[in-house]
Design a protein around this ligand. Sequence first.
Ligand code: ZN
Length: 127
Amino acid sequence: MTLCFYCGEGTELTRGKIVILGEGRQLSMSPCARCADWMREGIILIGVVLGKSAKGWNDAPKTPEARAIWYPDPYRSGAIANMRDETFLKAFKAGPTVAFGLKKRWMFLEHGDGVKLGMWDALPTNP
Ligand SMILES: [Zn+2]
């Protein structure tokens, strides 16, 4: 089964880039219907814990074949939220990460930073 890269739910979508991440998870970079809605409404924030991430989670493979199915794969806390553009621009300082979020409509967010922002209020806070 292919999973939505953003929320991790199963999706029938197999178009667009498919990446294979840890434990053989096959993820579609094309958002599922819910994530596509969220991307139209705002920016998806995916909670991650860099301290629990596997060594080299952000190191691209050397060969083009391996790079073609790779994507940075930090440890995910399970938290996911959506933030409207105007709030996003107030919450984060302008820079490359914010530019990425605005363009791609998602970004990883350190779980602890999301706690400080009150992003995960309805979710467990100790991943
Ligand atoms: Zn999704």
